[in-house]
Design a protein around this ligand. Structure first.
Ligand SMILES: [Zn+2]
Length: 487
């Protein structure tokens, strides 16, 4: 019988919150000890729509064509999203039963799934009644619609979308829904995709989890107001988000209060995954099942002046956990630099099906110790278009970040988080503070990085749109705008 596949994405889970003493993740720690852990896995972007598409397709953002996120995704990008061959589609064509519990994403991410549970249809993955107020059209119609609105309305729509993300998801419900779906699977192998959202901002795990982390750790007592003043956040999208943030109904007073809630959410999600593993075992579904755990991207706690969000290409945002487990998965720790594009090809090789198109490479030789050479000479790429346009290339400890358009100012924070062009040496400067680009001694390394980048671009495939997809038409849009009083 073919191997089942369970692919778990924990939204916004930082690499440095798993397997450390300050945050307790017994489920993932135990899983890592028995299986294969990649200690240097890089997300190829920093926002969910793009990253999940990369994980599901094994393609870089510029290959699958989805470069924007949420309401900023264009009509063309949605066609690209639908056109990119995905793991779910490939597995379905191989006779797999394909099921997903994905509370938030619901556009091309649905492609290839026989059963797809989202946060609107299912009470278990819903925390509050907010979903009835969801401007669903705001999510599904994409960026062009926002241009019709004045700025304050755009901000309200963004806020409403954030509420959808954070109020309609509960990890216990994700686990419960997935196990119910698995109760219905027959003899055929299954592919189950689960997306846990508890660690996504604004971090509202059950209060007892927050109390537990606070008892164990000392958190930063810097008043939130000081941050507002120091970083000039008044009137910015980031500032408004922080000002309106409520944790268990209360406004946080300090930076540490928010950090504690993040850590508590990580502990909560670890428990939710623990329930899933236990449920699989009880059903005898842990045999001959490949389990993969990763995060779509990380999260910036305060680094680079990015507060409790995921923008920028610094390590807290792009360095993610990546674990493979199950039958025939060796017990190993791999330090080679790998990327999200490699996840789908690795799954394909492990279960013996043909690889998807794209430049991702199977990590099986590294897992089995047949090689220590990382794919692509250890070069990793990432890019962002959401709050600014920039690209990152990294090889070993050297990391080059290059602004693609404008001066690199952040659209959310109205300031520059770093220079337009910057080179960091992560070995001597892990917090990416010292820009080495001014020193002549690094010229040859930068040239080498840029050459690697040119080589990388030559190997890319072109995005393929699915032109048959059109998710809204102008008349429908006009009707909705009129209904809402904007016409
Ligand atoms: Zn910013």
């Amino acid at each position: 019988m073919a191997t089942n596949v369970v692919l778990i994405v924990v939204d916004a889970l930082r690499y440095d919150r798993v397997g450390v003493s300050s945050v307790r993740t017994p489920t993932l720690d135990h899983f890592a000890r028995k299986n294969t852990t990649f200690t240097d896995a890089i997300a190829n972007s920093n926002t969910t729509d793009i990253c999940v598409t990369t994980i599901q397709t094994g393609q870089y953002p510029i290959e699958h064509g989805v470069l924007h996120h949420g309401t900023d995704v264009t009509e063309r990008e949605r066609q690209f999203g639908h056109g990119a061959p995905s793991l779910a589609e490939r597995l379905k064509s191989e006779g797999y039963q394909t099921i997903a519990v994905e509370p938030v994403l619901k556009r091309w991410h649905r492609d290839g799934f026989d059963r797809f549970v989202d946060g609107v249809d299912n009470d278990d993955v819903k925390k509050t009644g907010m979903s009835g107020l969801i401007p669903d059209w705001a999510i599904s119609m994409g960026g062009s619609i926002l241009d019709y609105f004045p700025t304050y309305v755009q901000n309200n729509i963004r806020e409403a979308v954030l509420n959808v993300v954070t109020d309609t998801t509960d990890g216990k419900g994700v686990t419960k829904s997935a196990l119910e779906l698995l109760d219905d699977v027959d003899e055929d192998p299954f592919f189950c995709f689960l997306h846990y959202w508890d660690v996504h901002t604004p971090y509202n795990p059950p209060e007892n989890y927050v109390e537990a982390v606070k008892e164990r750790n000392d958190y930063d007592e810097t008043p939130l107001q000081d941050v507002f003043e120091e970083y000039g956040l008044e009137g910015t999208i980031t500032g408004e988000g922080l000002r309106k943030r409520k944790l268990h109904g209360r406004r946080p007073e300090t930076i540490g209060e928010i950090q504690a809630h993040y850590d508590a959410a990580v502990e909560y999600v670890d428990d939710c995954i623990g329930d899933l593993f236990e449920g699989l075992e009880q059903r005898g579904l842990d045999d001959d099942t490949l389990l993969v755990v990763t995060a779509d991207h990380g999260e910036s706690m305060t680094e680079k002046g990015v507060f409790f969000d995921h923008h920028g290409l610094h390590d807290p945002v792009v360095h993610v956990p990546l674990l493979f487990g199950g039958t025939d998965i060796p017990n190993s720790t791999v330090s080679a630099t790998v990327q999200h594009v490699d996840v789908a090809p690795t799954i394909c090789e492990l279960i013996g099906i043909q690889e998807l198109p794209g430049v991702g490479e199977s990590l099986v030789p590294l897992m089995r110790g047949n090689t220590t050479e990382p794919p692509r000479n250890g070069v990793a790429f990432a890019e962002e278009r959401h709050t600014r346009s920039a690209r990152m290339i990294r090889q070993n400890s050297l990391k080059l970040i290059n602004t693609l358009e404008g001066d690199g100012s952040c659209r959310y924070c109205q300031r520059k988080h770093e220079p337009s062009k910057a080179l960091y040496d992560l070995d001597s400067d892990p917090s990416e503070k010292a820009n080495l680009l001014n020193g002549d001694e690094y010229c040859s390394q930068v040239r080498a990085l840029l050459e690697q980048f040119e080589e990388f671009e030559m190997g890319l495939i072109e995005p393929t749109p699915d032109d048959s997809i059109s998710e809204y038409d102008e008349a429908e849009l006009e009707n909705r705008l009129e209904h809402l009083g904007y016409r």
